[in-house]
Design a protein around this ligand. Structure first.
Ligand code: AMP
Length: 555
């Protein structure tokens, strides 16, 4: 029935595919040099007019994999010839942007059709001779039901992130739509996973599709270093601040479970003088776009998001993904961390999990354990050293004002130079405290034991006798820059500028149910297994709400 292609290993160039010359100009303008594996397999099949199922996650170059050959097949008859359906406005806008870049030399006109924009303006743009419509199902169905799109009969229909559309409840709209479209169309379906409902959609509406399996959804991109810290719920806030201090990420996405969590974490970071913004479904589209732009342009370094709000975000150069709350399942985990390590760059994914998460969440199933680099949260002195160095750099860059000449002379006359520098440094750094205990989170060995001895199938907290030591095979570590080969990375793009520089809270508070006792008493907990009551700054967000300071101005 389906023609299965496992990921192709044949190296080739974009010129080898037989794409339209003007489309190749778009490829050059986008700066793509080498086709990605999904492009290698999908482009010839789409050019040959075949239906294609592409099983690939975001970050693999799947947009160009369908956009390039589909646009090469445009006949330019002044009607909509290509329809791309996307689950979210953000993704639709990004796909439309990419299709504009790739298709502009071929004169391809692309119109995004998403909610939150003027209805009739969209219709007007389409009627002016657009060949490509990139839409969310809801808004497109509105137009079709009201009969606003006369003669709408695209000959190529692309379902992008089909599993997300299923999750968001669009499946019936998609079915209705596909029934209305010409039967002799070409249908392409891209999805990270293939749940039964997507398989049956494909069986019903696709003709003898070529099935390209790039990667299973459970396999994370090996360009991502996956770190794991085991912390209690009440340690997370300080753990996050410590990590931000030590990592000093150029661009980080922090994932939280709920909108409220996003607000709380954002507030907390802002109160510490860290330029961060939250993004979630209660925010209007302009505000969400503005946040994405601020991160893209480097004006802020940190965005905190829910899973839903982060769908479809393609921000170049995300160096760190931080799971402040563990996602519900492995698929979400892979999806989240796939925001970094894109297009051949290396990325870092840091997960803050409780001991309970390690036992009950399939993100930490035993078979994935070797992928994780487990450690305690960096210690206080690591954070202090990092801050000190950062401050030293700032001081070196300061322009000297002669206005203070007299005071400087006076100090130099009375205080030895070394003491003087140390005093001034202390004065400056005094304002920027490193909060939290020296050791935050469970020590490495203890956390590794739980990870190896549990996972969703594992049950208990201790490894069986005689198990091999953890971490004997860590794919990432040997592959750091200068340290290992880059040959097995999916693709590399030297011409482009890249700036790579559920936490169930109860689980971590001790035995919630009988039979679910933790196999350890964390050495960093008090005798009764509770969180040590540190200074007020060590308490979790909720307890500290009243103490929040007003957010500093980001500009
Ligand atoms: P996607 O999987 O479509 O979300 O693409 C991920 C990122 O890779 C996007 O930023 C694309 O612009 C970029 N990209 C796609 N194809 C290539 C390629 N052949 N070379 C370099 N970058 C690419």
């Amino acid at each position: 029935m389906e023609n299965d292609i496992q990921e192709s290993k044949i190296a080739c160039t974009f010129e080898d595919f037989g794409l339209a010359p003007a489309i190749l100009d778009g490829v050059k303008a986008a700066g793509y040099v080498t086709p990605t594996p999904i492009q290698v397999d999908a482009i010839p099949a789409v050019l040959a007019g075949k239906d294609v199922i592409g099983q690939a996650q975001t970050g693999t170059g799947k947009t160009a994999a369908f956009a390039l050959p589909a646009m090469s097949r445009i006949k330019n008859n002044k009607n909509v010839e290509i329809l791309v359906l996307c689950p979210t406005r953000e993704l639709a806008t990004q796909v439309a942007d990419e299709m504009f870049t790739l298709g502009r030399f071929a004169g391809v006109k692309t119109v995004p059709v998403v909610g939150g924009q003027h209805l009739f303006r969209q219709v007007e743009l389409i009627n002016r001779g657009a060949q490509v419509v990139v839409a969310t199902p809801g808004r497109l169905m509105d137009h079709l039901r009201e009969g606003r799109l006369k003669g709408f009969a695209p000959s190529i229909v692309i379902l992008d992130e089909a599993d997300e559309m299923l999750d968001m409840g669009f499946i019936d709209d998609i079915r209705d739509l596909l029934k209305q479209l010409p039967e002799n169309r070409q249908t392409l379906l891209f999805s990270a996973t293939m749940p039964p409902a997507i398989r049956s959609l494909a069986n019903e509406f696709m003709k003898d599709p070529v099935h390209i399996k790039l990667n299973t959804h459970q396999q994370a991109n090996t360009d991502i270093e996956q770190r794991l810290h085991v912390v209690r719920a009440d340690e997370k806030e300080n753990a996050l601040l410590r990590i931000i201090d030590v990592e000093d990420p150029a661009k980080a996405l922090i994932f939280c479970r709920t909108k409220r969590d996003v607000d709380e974490v954002t507030e907390k970071l802002l109160a510490r003088g860290i330029a961060a913004r939250g993004i979630h479904g209660d925010m209007g589209q302009p505000q969400r776009n503005q946040t994405v732009e601020l991160l893209k342009s480097g004006q802020i370094k940190i965005v905190i998001a829910t899973d839903v709000a982060a769908r479809g975000l393609d921000i170049r150069g995300v160096t760190h993904v931080i799971n402040y709350h563990v996602p519900d399942n492995r698929e979400r985990y892979v999806h989240r961390i796939g925001r970094t390590g894109r297009a051949g760059e290396l990325g870092i994914a840091i997960t803050l999990a409780s001991a309970g998460d390690l036992r009950h969440n399939d993100c930490f199933d035993k078979k994935y354990a070797p992928d994780f680099k487990v450690s305690a949260v960096p210690r206080r002195d690591a954070a202090l050293a990092k801050r000190g160095l950062a401050m030293a750099e700032t001081i070196k860059a300061v322009e000297i004002s002669r206005d203070w000449h007299a005071a400087v002379e006076e100090l130099l006359a009375n205080v030895p130079t070394e003491d003087l520098v140390a005093k001034m440094f202390s004065l400056l750094m005094g304002k920027r405290k490193v909060v939290g205990e020296d050791q935050i989170g469970m020590p490495k060995e203890q956390a590794e034991r739980i990870l190896m001895g549990s996972g969703s199938q594992g049950g208990g907290g201790r490894p069986p006798f005689g198990r091999k030591p953890f971490g004997s095979k860590r794919p990432f570590q040997d592959r750091r820059p200068n340290g290992g080969s880059s040959g097995s990375r999916p693709f590399r793009d030297n011409n482009r500028e890249r700036s790579f520089g559920g936490d169930r809270q109860g689980d971590s508070r001790g035995p919630a149910r009988s039979g679910d006792r933790p196999a350890f008493r964390p050495s960093y907990a008090n005798r009764d297994g509770q969180a040590p009551r540190g200074p007020s700054s060590d308490r979790p967000f909720r307890e500290k709400r009243r103490e929040f300071q007003p957010a500093p101005n980001l500009n």
